[in-house]
Design a protein around this ligand. Structure first.
Ligand code: PGA
Ligand code: ZN
Length: 398
């Protein structure tokens, strides 16, 4: 694909925060876009994000360097960007600008080859691996932590949905469950308008951090969804780790005490199958202990691993995790996000391709999941801008 022009625009995400959209025009005047989400509970080791004004400037510079150049693969395009940037954390062009460009280029290349983006990704990065497995949907229906103004320390309470056929029906069941959960919470807490968190989940106050798990479990049973619905958490524990202690449920917990809390949750709620970032991003020992104690559960790295192939390999070899979150904007290019998935596959770690708390209508992550045969896709609640991802999921997995 030949890059005729590249333009960076400022757009606003679902939280009303500014982010970027990159447009690349190809030799025949066709336009391709890449919109980049933004995260609120970011990992310390994520790549640099340029603020919109600087991002636009970076775009102008990038345009000068790219104009008229032809690239035959995503790897070659990304390598060119990486070399131009020259920093280890993408400080010069910003991971947001580079990822937007990388996604727009991928779409352009797919168009040139008359293929879907997931097909072109699969061909280049996951050859011979035409994995048809439909992923689990991780849908965040109750929000806490920094994504909400309530008393929950745990950031996300998710429904983990096993998708059946037709795919549409599974999504409809999830949408129905989300509505019924709202009705239930409204009645129980006598609230007409339930507060909603950053990822579309209900964000009222609860009795304690376990109550949402209990309620989800009861409703799953009540609506006879046990076969296909399970429960997942994202503790996002870096968010409540202060001065060497976990500030949890009004108490100051040590690693061991928090570990015991998770073990109790797993025992009390057999439907609970996964916990993401159970400990601080610098407390790998906590991850390792939990994984050793709960071999059958999914212990997932997000802030810990930041979609970085080397960090994922290290966490896998150290037996810290059995699952990993893949967020392209944590690392900043499409080819590096694919390398992160490959690093995980190599060690038998399950990949969950994920959105961010500040989302756009861009559905690229679904294509990445399809290409790399992801175990799961994490999309938030089935509402508003997140629906475009559910729609794409239905389209490309049907
Ligand atoms: P984010 O967090 O606010 O950084 O997108 C989501 C997550 O922790 O998974
Ligand atoms: Zn997370």
């Amino acid at each position: 694909m030949t890059v005729k022009n590249l333009l960076v625009r400022e757009i606003f995400d679902s939280r009303g925060e500014p982010t970027v959209e990159v447009c690349i025009v190809d030799g025949s005047g066709e336009e391709f876009f890449g919109q980049v989400p933004s995260g609120k509970s970011r990992g310390e080791r994520e790549v640099f994000v340029l603020p919109p004004k600087a991002a636009k400037k970076a775009g102008e510079l990038l345009n000068k360097k790219l104009r008229g150049k032809r690239f035959i693969s995503i790897t070659k395009f990304d390598r060119f960007l990486l070399k131009l940037d020259g920093t280890s954390d993408k400080k010069k062009f910003g991971g947001n600008v580079m990822l937007g460009a990388s996604i727009a280029f991928t779409r352009g290349l797919a168009f040139e080859h008359k293929k879907e983006p997931w097909q072109i990704l699969q061909k280049e990065f996951f050859p011979g691996k035409n994995i048809k497995r439909v992923p689990f949907i991780f849908s965040n229906v109750i929000n806490g932590g920094v994504h909400a103004n309530n008393d929950l320390d745990i950031q996300e309470y998710m429904i983990v949905v096993r998708i059946g056929r037709p795919v549409e029906k599974s999504v409809e069941t999830l949408v129905g469950f989300y509505k019924k959960l709202g009705d239930f919470l409204g009645k129980r807490y006598k609230m007409k308008n339930l507060p909603i968190g950053d990822e579309g989940g209900y964000s009222l106050d609860f009795k304690n951090n376990f109550e949402p798990i209990h309620i989800l479990g009861e409703l799953i049973k009540k609506f006879r969804l046990r076969k296909d619905f399970q429960i997942g958490l994202d503790a996002a524990a870096s968010g409540f780790y202060k001065g060497g202690w976990y500030m949890f449920a009004g108490a100051r917990l040590s690693r061991e005490e928090l570990l015991k809390t998770y073990e109790r949750y797993f025992r009390q709620a057999p439907m609970l199958v996964s916990v993401e970032d159970p400990f601080d991003e610098n407390d790998g020992g906590g991850f390792a202990e939990l994984l050793a104690a709960e071999k059958k559960k999914l212990i997932v790295g997000d802030d810990l691993t930041v979609t970085n192939p080397a960090a994922i390999s290290a966490a896998g070899r150290g037996k810290l995790i059995s699952g990993v979150i893949i967020k392209p904007n944590q690392i900043g290019t499409v080819s590096e996000a694919c390398a992160a998935m490959k690093a995980a596959h190599k060690l038998g770690i399950k990949c969950i391709v994920s959105h961010r708390s500040g989302e756009t209508a861009d559905n690229f992550i679904i294509h990445l999941a399809r290409a790399g045969g992801a175990y799961g896709v994490k999309i938030g609640a089935p509402v508003k801008e997140r629906m475009s991802k559910f729609d794409e999921l239905i389209r490309i997995y049907s």
